[in-house]
Ligand binder design. Structure first.
Ligand code: CTP
Ligand code: CA
Length: 231
């Protein structure tokens, strides 16, 4: 059955979605960032709202995107801010989708003043690991809560994109993982995405090449199918 995007299959469901990239501050004017546009997270929010969900969108840095109609937007900067916002929103969410590009590392020390140029060579930037927000949300999961992760993989000589995705699903412990093949003009800053939807129950669905809205529809169809399954 083809589900129309306007069918209100998520009525009464509160979904929390993270989108965009985090910015890890070095000093009051500088940060380490990434190329995430936030388009996939915003598409997920738009489609969920069209399907009747109550949507909270937690957005890091994004391209200049319009907030989808009927969506509550929370702005964050760093991974630590995103983590705090997601834990707050998760306490009341039925579905959590981590579509944000969370920086894996942040500068170890944040100076309160602008780092000044001197005649000496600059100090190297030392980094420390950020918390894994998805893993934390899975540990804190409430009964019946469904958690969806994203993975962008290139694959390499020894391991395919899909195998990296399977390993990541196990490591994160989420219910669903969207695996995107990236590199060579795929995914980042693009209108279109391609990949697989992996489920903790072992099912693997190829996601046909299409728009980020179409990928969002695949994700929400899978969420609806799982939440209406007899327990
Ligand atoms: N994620 C997170 N917190 C982090 C890093 C990632 O919540 N500190 C989430 C992302 O939002 C995404 C999923 O985890 O939903 C996978 O992110 P990814 O960067 O692919 O996985 P990592 O565990 O960081 O592994 P790596 O980057 O080494 O492939
Ligand atoms: Ca990462």
């Amino acid at each position: 059955v083809r589900r129309d995007a306007l069918e209100r299959t998520l009525e009464g469901v509160h979904v929390a979605i993270s989108a965009g990239g985090t910015r890890e501050p070095l000093d009051p004017v500088r940060f380490i960032g990434n190329r995430s546009s936030g388009k996939q997270g915003y598409a997920l929010a738009r489609v969920a709202a069209q399907r009747g969900a109550r949507v909270t969108l937690v957005a890091g840095n994004t391209a200049d995107l319009a907030t989808p109609a009927g969506v509550d937007l929370i702005r964050v900067g760093s991974a630590v801010e995103l983590k705090d916002a997601m834990h707050k929103v998760a306490a009341d969410a039925d579905v959590i989708v981590m579509a944000a590009a969370v920086a894996d590392f942040r500068p170890t020390s944040l100076t309160g003043h602008k780092i000044k140029k001197t005649s000496a060579d600059p100090d190297p930037i030392t980094l420390t690991k950020n918390p894994d927000i998805l893993v934390e949300l899975v540990s804190a999961r409430r009964e019946g809560q469904l958690i969806v992760g994203f993975a962008a993989e290139t694959g390499d000589d020894t391991t395919s994109v899909l195998d990296y995705g399977r390993a990541k699903l196990r490591r994160k412990g989420c219910d669903l993982l969207v695996v995107n093949a990236v590199g060579a003009g795929l995914a980042f800053e693009q209108e279109n995405n391609a990949g697989w939807l992996l489920s903790a129950d072992g099912s693997e669905t190829p996601i046909p090449h299409g728009s980020k809205a179409q990928l969002a529809s695949v994700v929400w169809d899978a969420v609806t199918a799982r939440s209406t399954e007899p327990q």
